[in-house]
Design a protein around this ligand. Structure first.
Ligand code: SF4
Length: 337
């Protein structure tokens, strides 16, 4: 097992407990709560200590969940936040019980497929991958543009939890929430996990553009951040994904993710974006997250969807770019996939 995913490995060996299973067993006194945001902040401190003290005590898994748990509190809080959605840094502030924001997600979630995925990083496979519809980005080169622009199967929380348990028995090493993107579905994902019985690591496969408010809620649940680092500056992010303040938001979330969980970073190298994106990202990662962070430098970019409207990215990478990207990564990082 590569460095950096030791806790993940311990969960799979049955020597540590996935965070959501700990949150599910952490008792909260609902009757005494008036301000749910404040209560979450206060219980969060105690829960952090609970993970440290009990995270490897497998007897905790034998405890029955309390009437109301820290995970219940998080779900209630997320459902409250939907009235004024700021799950991601687009901060649409719409009432998702009545209308859509940018991502076109209401209260219900839809997904396109769920299966045991053998095409992920070696330490993750087989990965029980759940592809949600919709996204908080709109990348012109989106390789999943078909699933992010429609709603396929409506999510049944209990049914999906049952499938996660079945896939675990079939050999999945993790449950991997992706899309599209998982962030806008956080309320339903936590509700699914509340019904899951297996001790299984949770992988959050995200564009990392979530708000700080959402981060503080989900960081106690995510075991591994499988995190996209797409751009090295705001101009490229705005041009190709229609997002603002990308660099500030993403670097903040990566620093927070490193504190709270284990990290596997993905960077898709794009043609003509070696200096402005790949090099800047790799250097920042090395300086701020350490040379040993697990890093997947990906070369499978191909132009699709609206990429042909942008001549500089309307081709695959050439050999010179692949070699250059590899040289940059090898210079600054020690733990490449
Ligand atoms: S998740 Fe983001 S894009 Fe979707 S409605 Fe909320 S703030 Fe807007």
């Amino acid at each position: 097992m590569p460095r950096g995913l030791e806790r993940y490995e311990s969960i799979n060996k049955g020597e540590a407990i996935a965070k959501f299973q700990l949150a599910k067993r952490f008792d909260v006194e609902r009757d005494n709560i008036d301000d749910i945001h404040k209560a979450h902040e206060e219980y969060k401190k105690e829960f952090t200590k609970f993970i440290e003290d009990e995270g490897e005590n497998m007897e905790v898994m034998e405890r029955l969940p309390p009437d109301y748990s820290f995970l219940d509190l998080k779900i209630e809080l997320l459902n409250l936040m939907l009235y004024n959605c700021n799950f991601c840094e687009r901060r649409c502030n719409v009432n998702r019980y009545e209308k859509f924001g940018f991502c076109r997600c209401g209260v219900n979630s839809y997904y396109s497929s769920e299966f045991l995925h053998f095409g992920e990083e070696p330490e993750l496979i087989p990965s029980h991958t759940i592809f949600f519809n919709r996204c908080t980005f709109s990348c012109v080169f989106c390789q999943n543009y078909d699933i992010v622009r429609r709603d396929d199967v409506i999510l049944d929380v209990k049914e999906m939890a049952r499938l996660i348990d079945i896939r675990r028995r079939q050999g999945s090493k993790n449950v991997n929430f992706v899309g599209g993107n998982p962030d806008q579905h956080a309320h339903n994902i936590l509700a699914i996990l509340n019904e899951v019985e297996s001790n299984i690591p949770v992988v959050w496969n995200s564009n990392m553009y979530h708000s700080i408010e959402l981060h503080y809620i989900i960081e106690d649940i995510v075991d591994v951040w499988l995190a996209d680092f797409k751009y090295g500056n705001d101009n490229c992010a705005e041009k190709y994904s229609n997002v603002k303040n990308y660099w500030k938001v993403i670097t903040r979330n990566f620093l927070l993710a490193k504190k709270s969980g284990e990290l596997l970073i993905r960077h898709l190298v794009m043609p003509e974006h070696l200096e402005c994106c790949t090099e800047r990202i790799v250097k920042w990662v090395s300086d701020n997250l350490g040379r040993d962070v697990r890093f997947n430098l990906m070369f499978q970019y191909y132009p699709t969807y609206k990429a042909f409207e942008y001549p500089e990215i309307s081709r695959r990478l050439n050999d010179r770019e692949i070699v250059k990207a590899m040289k940059i990564a090898i210079t600054y990082l020690n733990n490449l996939v």
